[in-house]
Design a protein around this ligand. Structure first.
Ligand SMILES: C[S@@+](CC[C@H](N)C(=O)[O-])C[C@H]1O[C@@H](n2cnc3c(N)ncnc32)[C@H](O)[C@@H]1O
Length: 215
């Protein structure tokens, strides 16, 4: 999978997110034992951010990946090949249309199998029906002082070069006009994150919404 980084068809998902890397560096600096650090990534793409995170963490602490299972397994193998063995690949999702990380997160949470995390990078489907339940569960798994980052806050299907109805007529069958127009991640933030007084909104940076759980 990592061999795709930088190829022409993968330019938009070939760069590691700099806000993720900065928050990890900041949070790890405060830890006496870096082995306690837990990172979740929701949506792995081709592993650009995961690879950079793995390098930064240098096998100290744990990386939990939530994405389609075939991608989680391939990326975990690639990272192991580079010597990064601190990846938990137990939480990949099956390929079903309505399957996804929201469901694995809920199952892991109710079964008490998921650890509290220091930082989550939410960069999956950017669709309300996936990311709203995911955010609800993730809020409960965030350590005090930990961060929740939501990528693509302003993204909408209408603006998307690949999802807008002009290039993908199926979008009109799957979503109503309001759902196509609205920015789903922003709606998740407004409906799920902003009313929760346990979390402080630090603002938007390069389209990423930054929330921190109060200590
Ligand atoms: C934008 S890419 C992630 C890029 C990556 N975070 C990075 O920074 O390198 C979005 C990812 O979300 C995954 N995704 C979208 N919908 C999903 C679903 N229902 N279940 C699991 N993964 C999903 C896609 O397969 C893709 O891997």
């Amino acid at each position: 999978m990592l061999e795709k980084i930088g190829l022409p068809n993968y330019q938009t998902i070939s760069k590691a997110d700099p806000i993720v890397l900065r928050c990890i560096a900041e949070l790890r600096d405060r830890l006496a034992d870096k082995n306690e650090f837990v990172f979740y990534e929701i949506g792995v793409g081709i592993g650009a951010t995961t690879q950079a995170v793995a390098k930064l963490m240098d096998n100290l602490g744990q990386i939990y990946l939530f994405s389609r299972d075939k991608d989680v397994q391939e990326l975990t193998r690639d990272l192991a090949g580079l010597g990064y063995t601190n990846v938990n690949s137990d939480w990949g999702s099956p390929p079903g249309v309505f399957a996804g990380y929201h469901f694995q997160l809920a199952m892991g949470f109710v079964e008490k199998k998921l650890p509290m995390f220091d930082l989550v990078y939410v960069d999956g489907g950017h669709i309300f029906h996936l990311d709203a339940p995911a955010a609800c569960i993730l809020k409960e798994l965030c350590k005090p002082g930990g961060y929740m980052l939501f990528d693509d806050w302003g993204w909408s299907m209408a603006k998307s070069p690949s999802r807008n109805p002009d290039v993908r007529p199926q979008t009109l069958k799957e979503y109503d006009p309001q759902q196509i127009k609205v920015a789903h991640v922003k709606l998740v933030c407004n409906a799920i994150m902003d009313p929760d007084t346990r979390f402080q909104f630090h603002g938007l940076e390069s389209g990423t919404a930054i929330y921190q759980r109060k200590a």
